[in-house]
Design a protein around this ligand. Structure first.
Ligand SMILES: CC(C)(COP(=O)(O)OP(=O)(O)OC[C@H]1O[C@@H](n2cnc3c(N)ncnc32)[C@H](O)[C@@H]1OP(=O)(O)O)[C@@H](O)C(=O)NCCC(=O)NCCS
Length: 161
């Protein structure tokens, strides 16, 4: 198993089943607001156990700062969710989690990281652009007909010519 990474006292490591409740609550409050709560603790716990998914958690000491969930597919990887608790934003927490995941994606040879984000979520879109994600289309009504999704992609595998 990959070792934990510590940056500025931010400890990035794989989540364990007892983290599922805190992850699910932050997903409901920070990501799924105005939608049905789909990432319940039970579903998060399933992802933690899934060998083709990494659920990464950021902590400082015993304090929960944020999480990210990435699923590895055949050739690509899919960033399913990422959130940082409001009091800890703009301190590099999400960047540290994404860095951990990108190292793994590159080592495993996956071609891309893909994601969907709520089209009105300008904060997250700015974050992903900052990290080199390009916009790759719009899925109208993707979120229960309430909001469109923007698809974003980052190439991870260098093309050999
Ligand atoms: C999007 C989110 C994960 C970013 O987390 P974070 O830990 O605050 O991000 P970082 O501190 O690593 O930001 C790195 C850079 O991204 C950009 N960025 C991050 N948040 C931004 C914002 N609100 N507005 C504009 N740019 C932003 C900036 O360039 C920032 O660098 P800077 O702070 O030096 O200017 C966080 O705002 C969040 O949890 N939002 C709610 C949940 C969500 O929208 N999740 C994503 C969709 S699943």
């Amino acid at each position: 198993m990959k070792e934990a990474l510590v940056i500025d006292q931010i400890d990035i490591s794989l989540a364990v089943p007892s983290d599922a409740g805190a992850i699910a609550q932050l997903s409901r409050d920070a990501i799924e607001h105005g939608l049905s709560w789909r990432w319940t603790a039970r579903r998060v716990a399933r992802s933690i156990r899934d060998s083709e998914t990494n659920v990464v958690i950021a902590r400082r000491g015993s304090e929960f700062l944020g999480f990210a969930i990435l699923k590895y597919e055949d050739d690509d990887s899919h960033l399913l969710l990422m959130a940082v608790a409001p009091a800890h934003r703009r301190k590099g927490v999400a960047s540290a989690m994404l860095g951990w995941l990108e190292t793994t994606v590159q080592a495993g040879g996956w071609a891309t990281i893909e994601l969907e984000v709520r089209s009105r979520n300008e904060d997250a879109i700015a974050f992903y652009r900052h990290h080199g994600f390009d916009e790759a289309g719009l899925y109208p009504g993707y979120y229960e007909g309430v909001e469109d999704a923007r698809r974003m992609v980052k190439a991870m595998r260098k093309l050999v010519t």
